[in-house]
Design a protein around this ligand. Structure first.
Ligand SMILES: [Ca+2]
Length: 613
């Protein structure tokens, strides 16, 4: 809240200011459950997103030196979802690129690209396997390097008529025959190729040879009796990186190149008008209710940005009369959130003394029946884009009594009584209440049976809030680029203890920060463990190290919070005028934290505030 007007604050205005303070505009935008804008994260090259039968989206992307998985109830809010580093490479394995997560026969697999230190010549594709129901849990077994006859990258797998196939970008002769081309092979199991590797497309047209002759990043789309192989063309650092497409009849021999017809022009390319450059390396996903098809791709927001952060973008696409996809033009939106993106099926919650039942007319085909006394339904990982009050819509059926109800508890707080007006046993209705939710995925909603039995079909959240923090509340501060948390080194208490980035411990003493609002509208950020304030220790330096010191109300201890949109903010120090910054834009634990000149679009200077208390 900016106070530039020359009038005295009334007590009421002051009270509002002290209870929930909005942040001064920078690129301020309301985060909504109805609309969204691209990109959906700060960095996101080679994005792969899948929707699993458990109702969660799972997301992997290139990080270079490790594999992280994101898990989210919402596609659009996936950057705010649970994130976990599930694997780091053994010594000698480098350039960990283009991971894809797949569920095959009930087991999880991640295919990733790596080399053993000699670059392209020894670049190959490797596989990990996990038999846990949740890929963020359990152990990943190393299935080793795949038996590719070519060196290559960008592996993907698909099933067709019960046969597994593998696609990858196979290196050839850069000066002549095929550069980087797309090869296909059958598989005898999810980590072993069996039989011939056949080249289906190689760079031929000028739009496939910008920078270098490259076809890569293949992915399969099936519809209308056809199989579409969509791939990325040209070098990733070119603004003209784009998508091409091969089309085959779904009854044809997929290992015969003659079965495939190649587009003569790219089917998805840069849009300078819309500010999207080098779009490519895509995947496909559907809205939760299956009614919309969406393309997930990376693309830069300006020209000449090369193979930098390449943030992830998502947009719907349609189908042409001839049955082929129409991907349209890259856009930043705003776009309507995919259908049902903030809906959670009751059957994707945890019933206790209650049953999941199939029911005609139910969303997702199932309901949860709260019948027995003390029966309950717990829905965890409820995600919203910002802290605030949301409308919780509950779709239900079978409310038997005239005063049927259900008790709703949010984040362990005392339950609210929600009336469910009487309807027929085979009819559905929606009732709504307002609930307070934290930013991110860490919300839990519990329903317990009221006076009469009731069947809960789904919940859906609606609302819109701008970024805000609540003075007096405690937060963890995450840099979304690396996913690490702002941390006091060794949970130190002494004046001058440095801060650093560390694995997100979800609010242990070293990673808790209490927000205090100063009279001048700036904030002091206190580590409750030591009671000390986040301080620029070396304000005269270009990059001034940040640590903790006893709070004396100094300008080096005061920060402005600047909303940059999409749920991120910057922290600008009052003394230096510089932004809180992760040294070298490192994504690793142990990276130092300081203040550096405010860089527009700098991924090392963006922060997510997650409420802990
Ligand atoms: Ca349902």
């Amino acid at each position: 809240m900016r106070i530039a007007i020359g009038f005295k604050l009334t007590a009421l205005v002051l009270l509002i200011m002290l209870t929930l303070t909005s942040i001064g505009a920078y690129g301020s935008s309301a985060a909504s459950t109805l609309n969204y804008s691209n990109p959906i994260n700060t960095a996101g090259a080679d994005p792969y997103i899948m929707l699993h039968s458990d109702g969660y989206y799972y997301f992997t992307r290139t990080l270079g030196n490790r594999l992280d998985i994101w898990k989210s109830r919402s596609l659009i809010a996936i950057d705010l979802g649970e994130r976990k580093t599930i694997w780091t490479p053994p010594s000698g394995l480098k350039d960990i690129w283009a991971p894809e997560i797949h569920n095959i026969g009930g087991k999880w697999y991640i295919y990733y690209t790596a080399n053993t230190g000699c670059g392209d010549d020894c670049r190959g594709i490797y596989v990990l396997e996990n038999d846990s129901a949740d890929p963020l849990q359990g152990d990943w077994t190393d299935k080793g390097k795949m038996n590719l006859p070519y060196s290559g990258l960008d592996g993907t797998v698909f099933d067709h008529n019960g046969q597994l196939y593998f696609l990858y970008a196979a290196y050839g002769d850069w000066s002549g025959s095929h550069g980087s081309a797309i090869a296909i092979a059958m598989m005898s199991n999810p980590w072993t190729l069996d039989g011939d590797n056949v080249i289906l497309t190689k760079p031929e047209y000028s739009w496939e040879k910008k920078g270098m002759p490259v076809n890569e990043g293949a992915v399969i789309l099936k519809r209308n009796g056809k199989i579409f192989l969509v791939y990325s063309a040209s070098a990733c650092w070119e603004d003209d990186y784009s998508l091409g497409i091969l089309t085959a009849d779904d009854t044809s021999d997929l290992l015969n190149p003659a079965s495939w017809t190649k587009s003569e022009q790219p089917v998805f390319a840069k849009s300078p008008e819309n500010g999207v450059y080098g779009p490519g390396h895509n995947s496909f996903v559907q809205s939760k209710d299956g009614t919309q098809d969406l393309i997930v791709y990376h693309g830069n927001s300006g020209p000449g940005q090369g193979c930098g952060p390449r943030p992830t973008r998502v947009q719907p696409f349609t189908w042409m009369n001839d049955g082929s996809p129409n991907f349209g033009i890259p856009t930043n939106g705003p776009l309507a959130v995919p259908s049902g993106d903030y809906r959670i099926e009751a059957e994707h919650g945890v019933p206790v003394k209650a049953q999941i039942k199939e029911k005609k007319g139910a969303s997702g085909g199932k309901i949860v029946r709260l019948n027995n006394s003390n029966s309950s339904l717990t829905i965890k990982d409820v995600i919203v884009p910002e802290e605030g009050s949301y409308t919780l819509n509950v779709r239900y059926s079978g409310a038997a009594g005239p005063k049927a109800s259900v008790n709703v508890s949010v984040n362990g707080k005392p339950a609210l009584l929600m009336a469910l007006p009487r309807i027929g046993s085979n009819q559905y209705a929606t009732a709504a209440i307002q609930v307070e939710l934290k930013k991110g995925y860490n919300n839990l909603i519990e329903f317990t049976k009221g006076k009469h039995a009731v069947e809960i079909d789904s919940i859906e959240l609606a609302g819109s809030h701008t970024f805000s923090v609540k003075p007096g509340a405690e937060y963890k501060l995450i840099n979304p680029y690396g996913g690490k948390a702002l941390d006091v080194a060794d949970a130190g208490m002494a004046d001058g203890t440095w801060t650093q980035m560390s694995d997100d411990s979800n609010g242990t003493a070293a990673q808790r920060w209490k927000i205090a609002l100063n009279e001048d509208g700036t904030y002091t950020i206190i580590n409750p463990n030591s009671g000390k304030a986040l301080t620029v220790l070396d304000p005269a330096e270009a990059w001034g190290r940040v640590g903790i010191t006893e709070n004396q109300g100094l300008d080096t201890q005061k920060w402005k919070l600047i909303d940059t949109g999409n749920g991120y903010c910057k922290l600008i120090n009052v003394q230096t005028g510089k932004a809180l910054d992760v040294s070298g834009a490192s994504i690793n634990s142990g990276a130092g934290v300081g203040t550096w000149k405010d860089l527009p679009g700098g991924v090392a200077q963006l922060w997510l505030f997650y409420r802990l208390d």
